[in-house]
Design a protein around this ligand. Sequence first.
Ligand SMILES: C[S@@+](CC[C@H](N)C(=O)[O-])C[C@H]1O[C@@H](n2cnc3c(N)ncnc32)[C@H](O)[C@@H]1O
Length: 262
Amino acid sequence: MWATGEAYEPYVGRWSRLVADRFVRETAAPGGGRWLDVGCGTGAVTRAVLDLARPAAVVGVDPSRGYVDYARRHIVDRRARFVLADATRLPFPDATASVAVSGLVLNFVPDPARAAAELARVVVPGGRVGVYVWDYGQGGMEAIRAFWDAAVALDGEARTRDEGTRFPLCAPGPLGELLAGAGLEDVEVEEIRVPTAFADFDDYWTPFLGGQGPAPAYLSQLPGEHRAELRERLRAALPRAADGSIPLHARAWAARARRRAD
Ligand SMILES: C[S@@+](CC[C@H](N)C(=O)[O-])C[C@H]1O[C@@H](n2cnc3c(N)ncnc32)[C@H](O)[C@@H]1O
């Protein structure tokens, strides 16, 4: 599902960068810190930290070799490095990061509580932990929501693949409870909403053919006829502006907290 950075960028990367910028700006950590970006993918959050947070260092961590290679090729900065690793087994000693963040990742980790405990473990006392996930429900990440609504209308079985059904973590209550459950304090949850405007239907549809993430993975295994039916259903269902563009929005839920100061 997560292998080819070039295919991820037009699918989610172009929108995740907008959310990452907002998230990092609003995290308001002091400059000079050591940041950890867990599930860094192609580097959206790392890029935002480098550009906006004046860090001393940023380490991006991801288990996808393809994404880490992409990030290494595209982010050439002496303050940044990238490591292949899993969120539930971070290869860092206790209390070594000032800020540990993770964007659009934790719902994909089979044991998110363990990942949250790892984020809490690696930050210094008083350090910040911040995470965010897409809201896959109605009014959330509308591009992906529209896909699953059309897919389920054609194939009831698709419901079991629908990210809105599969990921109960992607809501404000459960996300805040995840950080509190890791022993973190001062937990705050807020929404980050960004515009996701597609130039035309091809701009919307073509990135779904790239195989990155659950919806493109589902699409890739459909017979050609069924795939075409889904495409045409979406073409008819999506809203259009007067210029033919498709004006959608995406909402992420962000939770921030602090490790207790010793
Ligand atoms: C939707 S992408 C988000 C990437 C990036 N953070 C962004 O905002 O664009 C999900 C990422 O989670 C990573 N991932 C999946 N399972 C993981 C795990 N167990 N530990 C760490 N990262 C994981 C994937 O490799 C992928 O890079």
